[in-house]
Design a protein around this ligand. Structure first.
Ligand code: NAD
Length: 499
């Protein structure tokens, strides 16, 4: 046993650390040190957490929209005033620089703000006199207990894509955060309590596959929102739906930026740096491949390389541009792709291994890396790397670039850089990707639109937040009404027809 602090579960409005439970290490990636342990749920813990959530749901669903909104509004105010604390927690466990941690919180906060308008979002429809003397209306009711299973790379924002709307719509939530950076979830749970959310409506269940499997198969879990890598997303979708759950499972990505010869190459170079190396490339909307339509590649590479030389890599608490990777194992896996690139005949223009950093020697460091002439058969091109490795693929034409992107397995985000409106219009119509930027490298939709990709980047038919998020966390009822008048027609065993 160690004397490190243990991150507990949050069940029924309090911290819960079961006796003799399994735990996993939590690292500070910039120090390279294990600083905490996190509890890992067993099936019995899943049962306790879901029971508590289910009981809370039964009364929360009857709380008026006015009261629910006031709790969410209060949560928003607390979050806004105390987000610095949350950002520090994120940096200490994920490694991203403080500014970036604040950025993810503000994008999550947008969804909280969207959820404050739940009274409008939950509106149903009413049609009068659909048959003589009959009216019909629809209502949107909560689904029940919603489980959210989230990845390490956005410990605050990704859960916030889902839980504000789920809670506002009258559901109870069980959040299973990544075991790599679990503290943000507990911090958020305490904030909900301070905001006046009844105990049990927001539960945090820490754990690994055992917790996930327990949630996917539990009879009282009604909906699953998953975000993570594609193989696990597929597994979650198949297992959850086989157990009768409503599932949305967002998977991995390999995002391309198509650069046309008429583009502003300074804007492109800045964008490639920001979208390729922000958060050390550990973003599902990171740009991983720059597809350069010749003859721009050489000039663009020069501009990108120049800018890479100015980046300060180091501890995210020291005002650096880019932090470490999340674990040593992930750092080594990402660095391994540089060897693959060399073996496959690509040109490593900038090698991020052995970079000088403003941080402790033991941190999980890998500097920004640029690889040119990446063969599209190479694993560097076909696999999601999820680190600060930017590939350049050279193509001869717009059409070749579009075909390349459309032939990829993923369809999360993409961008085109051009000053030609016609080309941009064709790109957005023809490209088979869910989120598209035109001269915008990280086109994450605002909260009132929905976030999600195509193909291997999303399993299920519903994206996160916006109108699709509201639909995911609600069930519809259609109610046909007739108030008796003296003309009611007596017995008729035929199928009801409108007249
Ligand atoms: P991951 O798939 O390893 O883990 C995601 C969640 O699944 C975690 O909560 C984890 O505990 C759980 N999990 C891990 N292995 C499991 C197993 N065998 N069975 C059941 N559950 C399991 O993903 P990650 O490394 O935490 O996050 C990075 C991945 O998430 C990348 O692939 C990235 O593209 C993806 N991501 C996608 C989006 C999106 O919107 N599409 C957003 C953020 C991250």
């Amino acid at each position: 046993m160690t004397n490190l602090p243990v991150v507990p579960h949050w069940i029924g409005g309090k911290e819960v650390t079961p006796e003799g439970t399994r735990t996993a290490p939590v690292f500070d990636p910039a120090l390279g040190e294990e600083t905490k342990r996190v509890v890992l749920a067993e099936q019995t813990d899943v049962d306790v957490a879901v029971k508590s959530a289910h009981e809370a749901y039964r009364s929360w669903r009857d709380v008026s929209l006015a009261k629910r909104t006031s709790v969410i509004f209060k949560f928003r105010e607390l979050l806004d005033s105390r987000k610095g604390e949350l950002a520090e927690l994120i940096t200490a466990e994920h490694g991203k620089v403080l500014d970036d941690a604040l950025g993810e919180i503000s994008r999550g906060q947008e969804v909280v703000e969207y959820a404050c308008g739940i009274t409008a979002h939950l509106r149903g429809h009413f049609s009068e006199q659909i048959s003589t003397g009959f009216d019909i209306h629809s209502v949107n009711q909560p689904v029940g207990v919603a489980a959210i299973i989230s990845p390490f790379n956005f410990p605050a924002m990704v859960p916030m894509w889902f839980f504000p709307i789920a809670i506002a719509a009258g559901n109870a939530v069980v959040l299973k955060p990544s075991e790599k950076d679990p503290s943000a979830a507990i911090w958020i749970a305490k904030l909900w309590q301070e905001a006046g959310l009844p105990d049990g409506v927001f539960t945090v269940l820490n754990g690994d596959k055992v917790a996930v499997d327990g949630l996917l198969t539990h009879p009282q879990v009604d909906a699953i929102s998953f975000v993570g890598s594609t193989p696990i997303a597929r597994y979650v979708y198949e297992t959850g739906t086989a157990h009768g759950k409503r599932v949305q499972a967002l998977g991995g990505a390999k995002n391309h930026m198509l650069v046309l010869p008429d583009a502003d190459l300074d804007l492109v170079a800045d964008s490639a740096i920001n979208a390729g190396f922000g958060s050390a490339g550990e973003r599902c909307m990171a740009i991983s491949v720059v597809v350069a339509v010749e003859p721009v590649a050489d000039e663009l590479i020069e501009k990108i390389t120049e800018r890479m030389g100015t980046l300060r890599v180091g501890d995210g608490r020291r005002g650096c541009d880019m932090g470490p990777l999340v674990t040593q194992a992930h750092r080594d896996k990402v660095a391994g792709y540089i060897d693959v690139a060399i073996e496959d005949g690509a040109d490593v223009v900038v090698d991020g291994r052995g970079i000088e950093v403003d941080g402790e020697a033991g941190g999980f460091w890998l500097g920004p890396t640029l690889i040119d002439k990446v063969p599209t058969s190479s694993r560097v091109y076909t696999e999601e790397i999820f680190g600060p490795v930017l590939s350049i693929v050279r193509v001869a034409s717009f059409d070749e670039g579009v075909d390349l992107i459309n032939n990829g397995a993923f369809g999360n985000g993409t961008a085109v850089f051009t000053n030609d409106g016609g080309a941009a219009r064709r790109f957005q119509r023809e490209i088979e990707v869910g989120m598209i930027g035109v001269n915008v490298p990280i086109p994450v939709p605002i909260a009132s639109y929905s976030f999600g990709g195509w193909k291997e980047s999303l399993f299920g038919d519903t994206k996160a937040h916006g109108a699709e998020g509201v639909r995911f966390f609600t069930r519809q009822k259609a109610i046909t009404t007739r108030w008796l008048d003296p003309s009611h027609g007596g017995i008729n065993l035929g199928f009801p027809q409108n007249d």
